[in-house]
Design a protein around this ligand. Structure first.
Ligand SMILES: [Mn+2]
Length: 399
């Protein structure tokens, strides 16, 4: 059985209010769309002031990679500013430098180079991404196979298990020693995107890098405990409610799960508490694809999909205006819950080559009210991770 390529990484679904803007227009010369590690390393080494960022709704890979890169650059005497408009999730706040992320840049902030990690599409940066005169040259370090090149220097290797692997390659190229803080960041990046070395992207390079990080002093249990053994009680309460909604579809090959605003409120939880709960739907015996439906931030229904490998979630979600990986993807479907469910069920029936019974899925009055269709921006997709808000969902991450 094919195992998931990459786990919790469907955050790479464009932000609903994102505009493409002028991201990707090169200030000087033509953009390099097949950048090499050597080229990226040379540009990083020559810059003194750098802005480091990632897609909206930062996750384990992006935050881990960014703090690692920041630590490495600072050890070389460079000025590195960490930036994301969305907050670092509580689960990752303990990481070195994680509290140093700025959510807004000063008016006079200017950088020679901006590094964007783990970002498959300029749209994922959102509409608030700073202007070219602020960012300087854009270097993109990514590992999504479905990535759409942008920036001045675009380095993307789908063979890299996580974005952190690219940071490690760059450090290696430059002969920069891995700092203690960078080691933790790189390790978190690895475990986040490989499902703790369980997905199909857990390749020898990932294990070699992990081994060298552990040799350097990273303690696997400490990292695991900080990431996964600090759940809030509210998370378990919302998990209980979510599990009660589990429903098998399409000969038991698909599991649907739903979380409504009402459920989150009743559990006293935040949307941050729902991160990765979609994985429970995939983990059922016989299920090929697990799907979580939540109300989307800007209207419509947010769909998070997780596959064991047989179904290409990334392709299905891309057809619905979203995106992601084969194993983990997401999209936002305009309209109410019933419409979203029926659309997803049809797409999955086709993907699994299962004939549908023809009966329309019953509408769910309660659920429908949770996801009003909105005229503006409903088509759009939302990756934002408003974990500080009790009323808006984040997408359970992708990576
Ligand atoms: Mn990633």
């Amino acid at each position: 059985m094919a195992s998931p390529m990459r786990g919790d990484d469907d955050l790479n679904v464009p932000d609903s209010d994102a505009k493409r803007g002028d991201i990707g227009h090169s200030a000087g010369g033509r953009p390099v769309y097949r950048g090499t590690v050597a080229q990226a390393a040379a540009r990083l080494a020559s810059a003194d002031t750098l802005l480091l960022t990632c897609h909206r709704g930062p996750d384990g890979d992006s935050v881990g990679s960014l703090v690692a890169l920041a630590s490495l650059l600072r050890a070389q005497g460079k000025k590195a500013t960490l930036y994301n408009p969305d907050p670092v999730p509580r689960r990752l706040k303990w990481l070195p430098l994680a509290k140093r992320f700025s959510r807004k840049l000063g008016k006079k902030a200017r950088y020679e180079v901006t590094v964007i990690v783990d970002c498959a599409d300029a749209k994922l940066l959102g509409s608030t991404f700073p202007a070219r005169e602020v960012t300087g040259d854009l270097i993109v370090l990514d590992h999504h196979s479905s990535a759409k090149p942008f920036g001045d220097l675009y380095l993307c290797d789908p063979e890299a298990a996580s974005a952190g692997v690219l940071i490690a390659r760059i450090a290696d190229q430059l002969g920069w020693p891995i700092t203690d803080d960078a080691a933790i960041g790189l390790y978190v990046s690895l475990v986040s995107d490989t499902g703790s070395f369980s997905y199909a992207n857990s390749n020898p390079e990932a294990f070699h890098l992990a081994a060298s990080l552990v040799e350097g002093g990273v303690d696997p249990w400490t990292v695991h405990a900080m990431l996964n053994e600090r759940a809030t009680l509210e998370r378990y309460k919302i998990l209980c409610k979510a599990l009660e909604t589990l429903e098998l579809k399409l000969d038991g090959k698909v599991a649907f799960m739903t979380i409504t605003r009402k459920m989150v409120k009743e559990a006293g939880a935040t949307w941050d508490d729902t991160t990765d709960l979609v994985n429970y739907s995939r983990a059922l015996d016989g299920v090929e694809c697990g799907v979580l439906f939540t109300p989307a931030k800007f209207g419509g229904v947010r769909v998070s999909m997780r596959s064991k490998g047989a179904v290409d979630c990334g392709r299905i979600c891309e057809e619905q205006g979203g995106g992601g990986h084969r194993a983990a993807a997401g999209c936002v479907i305009r309209g109410n819950m019933a419409k979203a469910r029926s659309r997803v069920e049809s797409a999955l029936a086709q993907a699994l080559d299962i004939e549908q019974s023809g009966e329309q899925p019953p509408s769910e009055p309660g659920a429908d009210r949770e996801a009003p269709a909105q005229a503006s921006g409903a088509l759009s997709q939302d990756i934002s991770n408003p974990s500080e808000s009790k009323s808006e969902p984040s997408d359970p991450q992708a990576r």
